[in-house]
Design a protein around this ligand. Sequence first.
Ligand code: WTA
Length: 713
Amino acid sequence: MSEDVQGQATDEASESSESSEATIAVHWREEGYIPPPPKFIGQANASDPAILDRFAEENFPECFREYADLLHWDEYWHTTLDTSNPPFWKWFVGGKLNASYNCVDRHLAGDRNKAALIWVPEPEDEADAVITYQELYRRVNEFAAVLQDLGVQAGDRVTLHMPMVPELPVTMLACARLGVVHSQVFAGFSGGACGGRIADSGSKILITMDGYYRSGDLLDHKVKADEAVEAARKEGQEVDKVLVWRRFPGQYSAKTPMVEGRDVFVDDLLADHRGAVVEPVSMPAEAPLFLMYTSGTTGRPKGCQHSTGGYLSYVAGTSKFYQDIHPDDTYWCMADIGWITGHSYIVYGPLALGTTTVLYEGTPNYPDAGRPWRVAERLGVNIFHTSPTAIRMLRKVGPDEPAKYDYHFKAMTTVGEPIEPEVYRWYFSTVGKGEAIITDTWWQTETGGFIGTGLPGLFPMKPGSCGPAALGIYLDILDENGDSIPKGSGKAGNIVSRAPWPGVFQTIWGQPERFVSTYFEKYNKDSGSTDWHDWPYFAGDGAVQSEDGYFRILGRVDDVINVAGHRLGTKELESSALSVEEVAEAAAVPVVDDVRGRVVEMYIALKPGNEASAEIEGKVKTAIETDIGKIARPKNIWIVPDMPKTRSGKIMRRVIASVSNFTDVGDITTLANPEVVDKIRDQVQSAKRAKGEEPRELSETEEHEIKTYGEQE
Ligand code: WTA
């Protein structure tokens, strides 16, 4: 147990009201600790505090050998960390390995007939697919043979736009077997969004599926492939082949016709490769394994490039110690593989450790709020992983459901958003039945794996805090000048990681300068330095650290709104709205929501000569759905007479955000047009009240976010 963690809950409300950009006083009540149940500690992968010494700073970077040694290396590395070209860190240099071999082949000897994947289709009367390691081996090899036949080679990029079906991990692992870089795009994203990512990554092949179930409907997904190919073409990228898996092999579930010469059914191609075996290509540790796109401050999504050796080591190590995965566990992460969580903690981490990982096709509350607990009971799931949004939703629609089912978790995870202490307590006592630990894991697409979280057998839980830095990670909170904010001061700042770690992304695909400027420039004092101490990683989140060393994450400090745990770039939303002819200006702001954390509201000002109408609103909505996807649909679109602006013409997003959240708009004397604020407030708030969207009191941190929204620009 950490020396810091002791004692009772304290009231840490700070008196300070200092308010520079990064340094704000954060007031909140410290929550009490919940100790891990002894039964958990008794079996935990990390229960001896000696592990903390092994990963202490004086042992950096060699401490990460312990993670890398969880893998099979074809060639052992000679340099653990190469810092010669900062901040493009290289881990395990000289080492060679194959990710597919590590996740599949090496488990055959001892666990050939153990379930690797259990797929639960959304329709409850459809049988699970239980895929053993042997069966996974067969499928991965056969699909790798298909790819090989198409001439795909190590280093090529291939875009996947697949739903939650076992064919998705099979496709990823087949790519990995060949050293091909996969770029999976979340299936809920539009064809247009997929096309942009195809073009950015230079993929010539798109792999998709005809359809999948979502909330009871069999969706036509293939239609998005046609849109994606078209969108990529507009950006100068031709797609030669679209490989279409079929939800029901031999039977086409989409209405969209196949395009002659371009589109092929994967089950047809597989017929020629039955029993094929493809040698795994031994890849350098620093070869890219995959790209995962995420949103940032500009309209162009960032293709985060993850490495083979560093990434796989890091997700294997964190799956072992933080998810507490043992080979005989049945582990279920309810995220979507289309996000980083699914890559690291449904596919690569759990399979590298040779456990059984569950995949669920559909929505958690389909057909009712008991579904997840029925799945857990039936499959004997003992480790459960989900997001605060899913927990809030399941609590809202079925607060008493978990008690009706006979399942027992030993460990649970929360990820993606801050979790309110009240929601945390329901998760602990009702979902976990008071028997399971909760690991609150703070991390990002960029970080590859958890970087802020406590070892569950060694650190007590504290609702609302993710915990201390993960093993071998050295987190700090800096103010705008780069000075460290002492823990326990009650002041918030920007959370950084002082040192590199094996899971950190290698670059932004095709934009290395953006990689440096977004994540490292802010706190780098000497761009010529090859000493990693000079290159703190700027995560883009605000945070505060309490006396015990635990971090509490406050949310993004950039132009990203975290909706239901999904990062939406406001610039992407706004540029999509601006593509509508009548629209002159657009501003997206966050609104606090009881289930989804935040939702987006869009403010629109029209070009002269246009009148507000439902038709224009509809056009904006359609534009966003086409460019990004339905998940980005704003909750409300407000067409206003004018935007509140500074004299230099900057839209004051904090003012409209405050209006949308029914909170005080603050000082508006610096506006060029302060009179517009009353008009907007009357219009928006009366419309909201008419729709039953009543104001609710914001917590201090929520209020801070809203009142300062957009001020960092
Ligand atoms: C937020 C998801 C509070 C944070 C793995 C981060 C969290 C962004 C937590 C990354 C947590 C993630 N507590 N906030 N435990 N985990 N976040 O890239 O703002 O989709 O920067 O990765 O989610 O989102 P991303």
